[in-house]
Design a protein around this ligand. Structure first.
Ligand code: GDG
Length: 472
């Protein structure tokens, strides 16, 4: 069976998939669109990223409403009425005062919860004023949802930015079904207990009917935390505890696989390949985040270039880093450290016609990203902790039944499913370096066997199945 036949046979017609009862209200920090003023008119442009690509097609199909932060573009959004009317579903931008947003988002979300939930206790900062901003921002989200919700609606809340919203909705008397999906890991109770507001967060989550997480250990950790610090912990007459489910997120395998074989992507891939002059390409793609283990990866790259002189000038490391959380101090410093290390390694090993690391610090259009996936002989993903890691799955979808090797951190959720990957502990620079060399020297037949097994898995476990299971 050809790839085309195979992918088509697995695609399920959209109308056969279940619709949620009532309307679907999606609540996420991020909206599926950003608003742009090109001088002549105000336009909406789709945001990129895991959550949006996962949930947007469903929102479109069922005519959902999506409530999210307005990106600080309150004035522009108010001029976007026509564009909003033309959007495929209701988009509801929520304004937050600048200072409140800074303390809520750059502070509590990304300098308290993000590091703690990714097991970087030393990076987590605890400030009462940040928690209060988080509570206030969650109140404003909950208030907007309450005004929108009608009996019979399903409310689907996403991620660690909004963990208090379910409890606040219940306090306000909302009785709709509430679902919550945590995209990032939930830490072991031993780590979680350090959070001064642990009981408040769990009380917020307890307002949910179903909490879904990416991996069974996150579900176990959350159960432990609820038992130890949740509402009524240790006492009698405990309130109802939400149902916990493990539902790993995935990708639109068929769409990505087809798109990556489109003439536009193939043409672009060919141009990139030619600029590589026959060198092997090792690709890494991520938001520039310390949890993605970028410095650890660079150490492994350096180790490889030290240990394998024969590979010098025959490989290229291509690092695509997307700017993220630019207002957060840790991220600014991390970016400087990455810049410095790339510069040092390139300075040390470059030759007049070869630079080992090509480093792009910007976001690319999807076709361009797919072209990079296509040309990469190996993808190198070194997360120190990652809820899932969709890049790993996208790389596989772009290769289908063809060659290419996925070198993947054992600490990414994707490692549970991507059985054909070469797994590494990114803290072990030498092991990671040797594994990359093994990937580049792997016979094509073995590459195909591994890749094809993972691709078949992704055809059976798509983002559509994820949505169905989340809403079931
Ligand atoms: C969180 C969790 C979990 C990246 N660069 C470009 C671009 N991207 C897209 C990728 C992918 C998405 O962004 C990144 O998703 P990841 O899963 O890899 O990572 P996070 O952003 O940390 O996502 C993670 C995810 O939520 C979903 O639950 O898997 O563990 O941390 O889709 O393709 N897209 C385009 N240009 C880029 O330059 N177009």
């Amino acid at each position: 069976m050809s790839i085309e036949d195979n992918t088509r046979s697995k695609a399920r017609p959209a109308l056969q998939r279940p619709r949620p009862a009532g309307r679907l209200l999606i609540v996420a920090n991020r909206l599926p669109y950003r608003v742009l003023d090109d001088g002549a008119k105000v336009e909406l442009q789709r945001n990129v990223g895991g959550l949006v690509s996962a949930v947007h097609p469903l929102a479109e199909r069922v005519g959902a409403a999506w409530i999210g932060w307005d990106d600080g573009q309150t004035a522009l959004w108010s001029r976007a009425r026509n564009a909003l009317r033309a959007a495929p579903y209701r988009v509801i931008p929520l304004a937050l005062p600048e200072r409140l947003h800074a303390n809520y988002y750059s502070g509590f979300c990304n300098a308290t919860l993000w590091p703690l939930f990714h097991s970087f206790l030393g990076r987590a900062e605890f400030h009462q004023s940040w928690y209060e901003a988080y509570l206030e921002a969650n109140r404003r989200f909950a208030d907007r949802v309450r005004r929108e919700a009608r009996p019979g609606d399903t409310i689907w809340i996403h991620d660690y930015q909004l963990m208090l919203v379910p409890g606040l909705l219940r306090q306000a008397g909302v009785r709709s079904r509430i679902l919550f999906f945590l995209h990032i890991p939930f830490p072991a109770a031993d780590l979680f207990r350090h959070l001064p507001w642990r009981s408040e967060l769990l009380a917020g989550l307890a307002g949910t009917d179903v909490i879904a997480v990416q991996a069974p250990e996150h579900s176990r950790h959350m159960r432990d935390a609820l038992d130890q610090f949740g509402p009524g912990a240790g006492g009698n007459g405990r309130p109802k505890i939400p149902e916990l489910r493990t539902i790993p997120i995935s990708i639109d395998t068929v769409r990505l696989s087809r798109r990556s074989r489109s003439p536009e992507v193939l043409r672009r891939a060919e141009a990139i390949r030619q600029s590589g002059a026959g060198r092997k390409i090792v690709l890494s793609v991520e938001r520039l985040d310390y949890a993605k283990g970028i410095l650890e990866r660079l150490r492994a790259v350096e180790r490889l270039l030290e240990r394998r002189r024969d590979l010098r000038e025959r490989i290229w490391f291509l690092q695509l880093s997307v700017p993220t959380r630019t207002g957060v101090g840790t991220y600014e410093r991390y970016r400087r450290d990455v810049d410095e290390m790339v510069g040092r390694i390139n300075g040390r090993f470059s030759r007049p016609e070869w630079v080992p690391i090509r480093y792009l610090f910007r976001s690319l259009p999807e076709d361009e990203l797919l072209a990079y996936y296509r040309v990469a002989d190996a993808a190198l993903i070194t997360s120190l902790k990652d809820g899932m890691n969709l890049v790993a799955k996208e790389y596989v979808a772009a290769h289908g039944h063809g060659g290419g090797v996925l070198v993947l951190s054992e600490f990414a959720g994707a490692a549970r499913e991507m059985r054909g990957a070469l797994l590494v502990n990114p803290h072990h620079a030498t092991e990671t370096a040797d594994t990359v060399a093994r990937a580049l020297e792997m016979p094509l037949e073995e590459q195909r066997r591994r890749m094809s097994g993972m691709f078949r898995h992704l055809l059976r476990h798509t983002v559509h199945d994820w949505v169905e299971r989340c809403l079931a």
